[in-house]
Design a protein around this ligand. Structure first.
Ligand SMILES: *Cc1c(COP(=O)(O)O)cnc(C)c1O
Length: 402
């Protein structure tokens, strides 16, 4: 007799149904072709205001050429994890270039910014240690912290008084457990586009003799001379023990890296689990990253274009009367309040040829849902001027601006 098999995953369907009920079920939008300032998304030509490809490098002919050449000389896969026989000469070339770029002794490349953060925090700390972490830090930091089994002390976002309190708490705990303290912050916060108060954070970390780590995912290729990140921006070279960067955003390709002392890097090579247990980058990715860093070193003016566009677009949105929060970077949120309203704004912009994702709870607090905009160096003035006209029309229609 036929019996129907019990479906042990039925509860997932229930959760999906709930998401659909609440209007929160979404299929990821589909990018047809390359990530560009003007892209084809879900069948429509739009001005793309949601890409992390800040400098337009992901579609740069020089990076594509490098990827093709490396594929021809080195193949399509590395064949192993880094520590077995998956370290290719290209990986070492990229790492020494990045170390020169970041002005640190050494760099270790990971498969992503996510694994760089999670793999490092979980490797350098253990159960008796204490992590002092900004409330708005990235998920990869939170997951790494959990994996480390250290005690986590969360301070209010960029609040130095709260950081001080949490450091006191962590020090008391660390003295009792014989552990260490790590202070960790994003360099640029991805939802509000504000910059960490790094000089003050670093000073406090030093006062408590804590390890200092910065996650510069959104600052890599964006902030500091030649896009060297927040440590360079604030002149803090030598005072941040662990700098994480990404190769997936402004660099335009894929990957993450840790920049620091030779000892730190040697330790991670022996202990960071994503590196030990997951295959390394393919040659096309590594070679394209090398070319991207060369471009940052030789053409810092592309970063200047990014910032000119940032000023133009941010000023435009603010003078129209939109609430852009505390942004200081190419990430400019347009804060509207309710989640449904943010989704409506995003949908209306899309109908008018502008792609800017709506972001709601739980990614941001319930009352500060937003449409998040990100300019690229490759947007023309015409692109951004047109986007502002659409924002003005839709914003008035929705009574978001006078
Ligand atoms: C995007 C991001 C990461 C992850 O980087 P990937 O290279 O995309 O894995 C880590 N931290 C922050 C703050 C980010 O914004």
């Amino acid at each position: 007799m036929e019996t129907t098999r019990h479906n042990p995953l039925e509860y997932l369907g229930t959760e999906i149904a709930e998401l659909k009920n609440e209007g929160l079920f979404r299929r990821p939008p589909v990018l047809e072709g390359a990530s560009r300032a003007r892209s084809r998304i879900n069948g429509r030509e739009v001005i793309n205001l949601s890409s992390n490809n800040y400098l337009g490098l992901s579609d740069d002919p020089r990076l594509k050429e490098a990827a093709i050449r490396a594929t021809e000389s080195h193949g399509v896969g590395s064949g192993a994890v880094r520590t077995i026989i998956g370290t290719q000469d290209l990986h070492l070339e990229l790492e020494s270039k990045l170390a020169e770029f970041k002005k640190t002794e050494a760099v270790l490349v990971f498969q992503s910014g996510f694994t760089a953060n999670a793999g490092t925090v979980s490797a350098i700390l253990s159960r008796q240690d204490h992590i002092v972490s900004d409330r708005l830090n990235h998920a990869s930091i939170i997951d790494g912290a959990r994996l480390s089994r250290a005690k986590i002390h969360v301070y209010e976002h960029s609040d130095m008084e709260s950081l001080h309190e949490k450091l006191d708490e962590a020090r008391a705990g660390a003295e009792e457990s014989g552990g260490r303290i790590l202070v960790i912050t994003d360099g640029i916060f991805s939802m509000d586009g504000d910059i960490a108060r790094l000089p003050e954070v670093v000073e406090l970390a030093e006062e408590y003799e804590a390890i200092m780590q910065v996650d510069d995912a959104h600052a890599s290729g964006v902030l500091g001379a030649g896009g060297r990140g927040t440590v360079d921006h604030f002149g803090l070279h030598g005072r941040v023990d662990v700098q994480v960067g990404t190769l997936s955003k402004a660099i335009g390709v894929l990957g993450g890296y840790v920049a620091g002392s030779r000892t730190l890097i040697d330790f991670l090579i022996h202990r960071a689990r994503p590196l030990l247990f997951s295959t390394s980058h393919p040659p096309a990715v590594t070679a394209a990253c090398i070319t991207a860093v060369d471009i940052l070193l030789s053409e810092p003016e592309i970063i200047e274009r990014l910032w000119e566009n940032t000023r133009f677009f941010k000023d435009g949105l603010t003078s129209l009367g939109f609430d852009t929060g505390i942004s200081e970077t190419p990430i400019t949120p347009v804060i509207v309040g309710e989640g449904a309203k943010a989704m409506e704004l995003s949908d209306k912009l899309f109908e008018a040829g502008i792609f800017a994702q709506g972001i709601a709870f739980p990614t941001v607090p319930r009352d500060s849902a937003r449409v998040r905009t990100m300019v690229m160096a490759t947007h023309t003035r015409e692109d951004l001027g047109h986007a502002l006209e659409v924002f003005e029309r839709v914003g008035k229609e929705m009574n978001l601006i006078p």
